[in-house]
Design a protein around this ligand. Structure first.
Ligand code: SF4
Ligand code: SF4
Length: 433
């Protein structure tokens, strides 16, 4: 039985634009950078193949079929092909449009719709629901049940549940939601006034990372505002084709920061940053928000980008450790930020960076891809850990919470249980001695 039904053909308002598709000259220079093509060797799971399929659908030569949806959904949206493309194809824009186009033209089974509506329409944007979900997960983890499940190996009898369970994010109490709305003063002379967008799931699973981010900013002379009305950035919604939900969230975040007179608006999550910096594309047809989204974009920065652009206050003592750095896809391919996190690490005395091979190849995280396409994600993770292990580094460093969860599972399954830290956490540890 088909997993969906085509409801009506020809609703093309979200479809990829012909002009964007036409930029692809089918040269194939992107193929070797594509994780799914490298794994499967299938043209239709390469960037060139996917663009060809999108063009066929947009031109009305083929319908939105189940096969088409599968090829679009198996894409990690990692945008490595965008970095490799000499013709300037904006693949990220294309795949987001293709998924939104699918979403507006098909009807999924009722229970799938219910689950998607709950996750994208309610859970991610509700601090209360996230707190409740976090409390449930905390009980599972703190009661010892998680340890029992993992050590007994019982989950291995339920398909890929063992691997998926390894990806459940560790819950960190107290949740960062309690800090939303607060202002943290600069340490010493005030140099900047910044806003920090704390994310959605990160408030329950990366509360300590968010705190470290605030401390590092304070240490560097920033007055840190955590705007009260902020919400989820909408990145997961965009990746799932739910552009209208993402647009609503974009308007909320723009309004939350618009009148703050901030020098910069910051995120510590590469996946969020990529979407936050593209609010102008999301809202290009919204007359009331077009200019506001451009003003927002001008101030939006990844934390690494911001720290590398100011003079970082040097830590007083060295932090002696070897690290290897995994480029988060949405930082290096989505935002073209590669040198800045390395510059921050280089500013920490005692930290030695051991570069891994193919550091900019996706680790398989890709938002919730690792849950939805677990087999592919775990294959990519295994390869990634081979690169990590070959460096002999004591610690894995990256710049995106989603990658951290994936790499933590990788370190347990295929590594030496190396700690996984965000760049900001390494700097924070150095400051705290
Ligand atoms: S996306 Fe770029 S690199 Fe890939 S086939 Fe098209 S033009 Fe060539
Ligand atoms: S976004 Fe990543 S997975 Fe998708 S086609 Fe491009 S390189 Fe391949």
């Amino acid at each position: 039985m088909a997993a969906f039904e085509l409801t009506h053909i020809g609703n093309n308002s979200e479809a990829p634009l012909q002009a964007d598709l036409d930029k692809c000259v089918h040269c194939g220079l992107c193929l070797n950078s594509c994780p799914t093509y490298r794994e499967l060797g299938v043209e239709m799971d390469s960037p060139r193949g996917r663009i060809y399929q999108m063009a066929q659908v947009v031109e009305g030569k083929t319908p939105i079929s189940e096969t088409y949806i599968e090829h679009m959904e198996l894409c990690l949206a990692c945008r490595a092909c965008e970095s490799a493309c000499p013709s300037g194809v904006q693949y990220g824009k294309l795949i987001e449009a293709a998924r939104a186009h699918i979403d507006q033209n098909i009807s999924r089974p009722w229970h799938v719709n219910l689950a998607r509506d709950f996750v994208f329409g309610s859970l991610l944007s509700s601090p209360w629901l996230l707190t409740a979900a976090g409390a449930g997960l905390f009980l599972y983890q703190a009661s010892g049940l998680q340890k029992l499940m993992r050590s007994s190996g019982i989950l291995k009898f339920f398909g890929r549940l063992h691997e998926i369970e390894m990806l459940s994010p560790p819950v960190e109490t107290p949740f960062f939601f309690s800090q939303i709305g607060k202002v943290f003063p600069a340490e010493g002379e005030k140099r900047y006034r910044v806003a920090f967008l704390a994310g959605c799931i990160a408030n329950i699973s990366f509360a300590r990372l968010n705190e470290a981010t605030v401390r590092v900013l304070q240490k560097n002379g920033c007055e840190v505002h955590i705007p009260k009305e902020q919400n989820c950035c909408g990145a997961l919604h965009v990746h799932a084709g739910r552009k209208d939900d993402a647009r609503a969230l974009a308007r909320i975040n723009i309004d939350a920061t618009l009148d703050g007179n901030f020098d910069a608006i910051l995120t510590n999550a590469a996946g969020c940053g990529s979407t936050l910096k593209e609010y102008d594309e999301l809202l290009e047809h919204d007359d009331a928000y077009r200019d506001k989204s451009l003003a927002f974009k001008a101030k939006m920065k990844d934390i690494n980008e911001f720290l590398a652009s100011i003079e970082i206050r040097p830590p007083a003592k060295p932090l002696v450790m070897t690290v290897t750095y995994q480029d988060s896809c949405h930082l290096c391919h989505g935002q073209k930020i590669r040198a800045q996190p390395r510059k921050v690490l280089a500013a920490i005395p005692g930290v030695e960076l051991k570069e891994m091979a193919l550091s900019d190849l996706c680790c398989g995280s890709a938002g919730i891809y690792n849950v939805l396409h677990n087999e592919m994600a775990m294959g990519l993770l295994k390869n990634k850990m081979a690169s990590v292990n070959a460096t002999g580094a004591e610690c894995i460093v990256t710049a995106n919470p989603g990658c951290m969860i994936q790499l933590q599972a990788g370190a347990k399954l295929h590594g030496k249980d190396q700690p996984v830290l965000h760049v900001v956490e390494v700097l924070d540890r150095a400051y705290r001695g």
